[in-house]
Design a protein around this ligand. Structure first.
Ligand code: 6GU
Length: 232
């Protein structure tokens, strides 16, 4: 069973998208399981969760000792696993950028221990002490890592064996082979004066494959161009 454990100051955000549709079914089938550790429980009156940054500056920093107490508790969820085989992830905008190939690599692990950052950040010593892998989900800043934890978990879980109804769909979808997917159509054949491309109704599978790969290439180039423009 693939295990995901998430340390967060906002446990009410979960399971959210992770417990609907195919992921809910897969969890019932014991393909994977989720645990949430509430970071707030590891602070106390004389030791609040966060404090002012040394050296000054805006915002608050989550304390390493509070995080470590939560982390030690979170380890127990993996006690019947070799902890070496669990990826330990710190979610932060200054991490390496998450993508499809990282998602695929994470399916080879036994599970994920994910720590969600909040406020201005977390004490760097916590990350260093536990040798955490810093991951970001893109070039923008969120209020915290919780949405990123959902994104990463969802991307990884759907790639696990027997999660998707059709295992083949994993091989054809976007980002596999560095390409985006071709466009899809279904009934009705004409909708608001827009027809389904004729070739898809032809029954000529060779022509359909050709049309789809040409469309995929065209769309991939078009989006790459837009992304390049947005980055500059
Ligand atoms: Cl992982 N966290 C936050 N706070 N912002 C982000 C992010 C993570 N990835 C992109 N932006």
């Amino acid at each position: 069973m693939y295990k995901i454990n998430i340390i967060t100051a906002f446990p009410e955000i979960f399971p959210g998208s992770l417990d609907v549709s195919i992921l809910a079914k897969a969890r019932k089938k014991k393909i994977w399981d989720l645990n949430i550790v509430d970071l707030k429980k590891y602070s106390s009156q004389n030791k609040s969760m966060d404090d002012k940054p040394f050296g000054g500056g805006p915002g608050m920093v989550i304390r390493a000792d509070v995080l470590q107490n939560a982390y030690e508790k979170a380890k127990i969820f993996f006690e019947d696993y070799n902890f070496e085989n669990v990826e330990k992830i710190m979610l932060t905008p200054d991490g390496e950028e998450f993508n499809h190939s990282i998602a695929e690599a994470l399916t080879k692990k036994k599970g994920l221990l994910i720590i969600c950052g909040r406020y201005e950040g977390v004490d760097e010593r916590f990350i260093e002490y536990n040798n955490l892998r810093k991951i970001s989900i893109g070039k923008y800043v969120l209020c915290g890592g919780e949405s990123a934890a959902s994104v990463i978990s969802e991307a990884v879980l759907r790639l696990l064996p027997n999660v998707l109804g059709n295992e083949k769909s994993k091989l054809e979808e976007s980002f596999v082979n560095g390409m985006l997917e071709y466009p899809h159509y279904t009934k009705p054949r004409v909708w608001n004066n827009l027809s389904v491309p004729e070739v898809l109704l032809s029954g000529n599978h060779k022509e359909i494959r050709k049309w789809r790969s040409e469309k995929a290439l065209y769309l991939t180039k078009k989006v790459m161009k837009k992304n390049k423009k947005n980055d500059s």
